[in-house]
Design a protein around this ligand. Sequence first.
Ligand code: FE2
Ligand code: FE2
Length: 318
Amino acid sequence: MLLTQPIKKTVSRLLSAPFFDPEKQSKSIPIRHMKFDFDPKQIDPKFYLNAELASAYFASLSIFLTYGEDLVIDTARYHRDFIDDPLLKQRVTSLIGQEALHSKLHEELNDAFLQADLPVKLFRFLAHHVFEYGFNRLPQPMKLSLMAGIEHFTAVLAEYMMNHEEIFFKSQDEKQRAIWMWHMLEESEHKDIAYDVFQSLSNNYALRIAGFFPALITILGLISAASLIVPFYRKPSNLISLTYYKDMVRSVGLIFGLKNGVYGSSIGHIFDYLRPSFHPNDHDTSIFLEYYKERLLNPVDGILTPYFTKEFTPALKA
Ligand SMILES: [Fe+2]
Ligand SMILES: [Fe+2]
């Protein structure tokens, strides 16, 4: 795990703190409620490192994620009844609750994107067709595998983002920063739940891999392709602008570059999923989680503190 310098300092402080207990990972997690009240006028269309196309990727992802999260919620609800382990059952309830709030609040962000002149209707149309006529009609065992696959990609994304905290501070758009940091914290926090449900109910390697590829194609391919439309949609003259093509080269590097790009530099983590003995917790993010919970939620100057309303941990039922 590569840690940047300021994170290292905080991590060493946290490791010596009495409340840090690695054993507490993979246990009960809360459902946190947030209230962002997005203002379309405050939306920064170049939120992601001042790169228009890379930012469009995250706008496109924000829309597709709501459909992915709805699939995760439905699939987790269906399979929860077949789980015997009370702790895993409770964790599935937390997964459902966290994803329901991600979906709801990203929808509010997407509504703000719509008013900020982003092609939200087109993205919703595309995502609706991919999910309604494709993924949502798959048989339950395949949906279970796809759920684990989607959650693997959000875990990869979360680890990258937690390891590159500075990305979120290049824009003045505090609410986009807050929603993405909250979302990434919780994706990492619940990254093993869907996988553990899949393993406990199926444990079929071939089926697990069959769910990996549709998630890969959608998150890396389809969402990227859809985002290409954004600069033309916002300003058709971009087609003949040199600045646009320079931005395109930079944005592709930011997302797919092998050295520092979001997915390019995570390629080992992405394809580690194909290893038969893979488990999400082989990629230990427990230190990041402790750091980010403090950074985001401490009552004095936590980044999420102005938006946080309440939290709730589902009951553990024997
Ligand atoms: Fe989510
Ligand atoms: Fe998730």
